[in-house]
Design a protein around this ligand. Sequence first.
Ligand SMILES: *[C@@H]1O[C@H](CO)[C@@H](O)[C@H](O)[C@H]1NC(C)=O
Ligand SMILES: *[C@@H]1O[C@H](CO)[C@@H](O)[C@H](O)[C@H]1NC(C)=O
Length: 511
Amino acid sequence: MRSVLFLVAATAAALATRDDAKRDQIVLIENQDSTADANAVQAWWDAFPNPGSLLSSVEERITKSIRGSKLDNFLSLADSDSDDEDEGEEGNPHLPHGGHGDDHRHEDKTIYELIKDSQHASKFAKLLEEHGEIKQLLDDEEHNYTLFVPTDRALDRIHGGHHGHHGHHGHHGDDGGNDDDGDRKHRHEKPSKEFILAFLKYHIVPGLYPAHRIQTSRTLPSELHPAALDGASTRRHKQHHPQRIRAFTVPIVHLTRLNFQTRLVGPEFHAKNGILRAVDFPLIPPPSQTTVVRLLPGQFSTLALALETTGLGGELDRLERRGGGTLFAPTNRAWAALGPRLNAFLFSDPGRRYLRALLRYHVVVNETLYSDAYYRGGGEHDHDDDDGEDGDGAARVGDAGRGYLHVDLPSLLHGAPISVDIRTWKEFVSIVVNGFARVDVRDVVADDGVVQVVRQVLIPPHKHRGAHGDVGDENEGKSKREMSVEELKARLEPYLETPETTSGRDNMGDL
Ligand SMILES: *[C@@H]1O[C@H](CO)[C@@H](O)[C@H](O)[C@H]1NC(C)=O
Ligand SMILES: *[C@@H]1O[C@H](CO)[C@@H](O)[C@H](O)[C@H]1NC(C)=O
């Protein structure tokens, strides 16, 4: 993200003095968040409240909220969402509720005009001026949009990180941005126009999203369309799936976070062509799934090692995708729960083939399952049951309050199915995989799909007994019985690739 940082610095320097005399000034209320040390915050992945303890704090909160709640029955299902939120919104004392904002109607102006006139979004306005395509979009009265506009202070927050972080976005996108191939030398170059465009588009949501709609959404579509999420082309058109934004709203108090660290601040403003909300941290287009894994070693170092030693990580990055993919990512704790013997075996030379098979069972390619949307790469497009203009080509999952969805996703392990049950009730969501493995952190967005963080390592079903015979076994597993190495081998044996197909990788990962 260094490039963004540089950009913001450059933009700030180039800012002309602004005209202060404005009628109808809209003031985007800034959140006085003193906890965010601008220098420490470099990119959205760095900006987790505390990456090292994300999941343990998640668990604490879950426990706390279950204990403290009368909604206990549902909460015990729904914990995956009591999770990553900090209740301590103390840095946010004057956050008025969006409400219906009768004081904030500016229906004689377009979104673009409102931003242009704003004192607190001058840096974003400057970016718009430099990117006519986006400016036009926000000035267009034929379509409604919801714009998350980073305040000047929000943009300053990604300013000033000058070390240690490399870009990690958009390896797939024609508009996914691709100005920074990993650890490249061009650390201080201006970001490419493509990246800035992607950055801007990621702040724009097609359609009208007033506060209550954001609060009841778990992901939001954006105007950014990474190539890896694209669906099949038909004769008439190519199906573009939007890069989604993760939304999480704390139940009851209704404070919303986007992509973990971005908060909505101030009221909503209604323009002629949509809604504008200020945010206290920019929305950074997300990296690939494997990058997500690598960037959070506190949670995923074991998985990262496994992806590396088996060569699967690199393969996933290079795969041709249609409709993205879903990676079920077991945490370090999940691996540890397999016990020392299984781990020793899986990470040994003779165990590598088994590890590879096991990992393939956590990967779904060409189907992206969010907790409230489902992209499929294939031809059969399950409808747009969307409300008109903001059709994003995604099947809806339990959009209206209570919902239940069961999906069997084909894994990369010879298509062995991963069964997913999603239950929703108001703001609560519960996702359970194979009947027993809970998704602890849902909908971690990536530019090539989504990462669903699972609490257990998924063991593929007995090949000849089918999924049903399996559930009992997993329940046993749950009751702390460790599987033996022999059992694991027997379970994976039928799925192993023949030596020829893996031989090319034998020289990899001698760590
Ligand atoms: C935009 O939203 C308004 C409601 O705020 C609606 O009246 C109008 O028809 C919408 N415009 C388009 C192009 O859908
Ligand atoms: C995913 O889609 C691509 C493009 O259609 C195709 O080449 C590939 O085989 C598909 N992968 C899987 C695992 O279905």
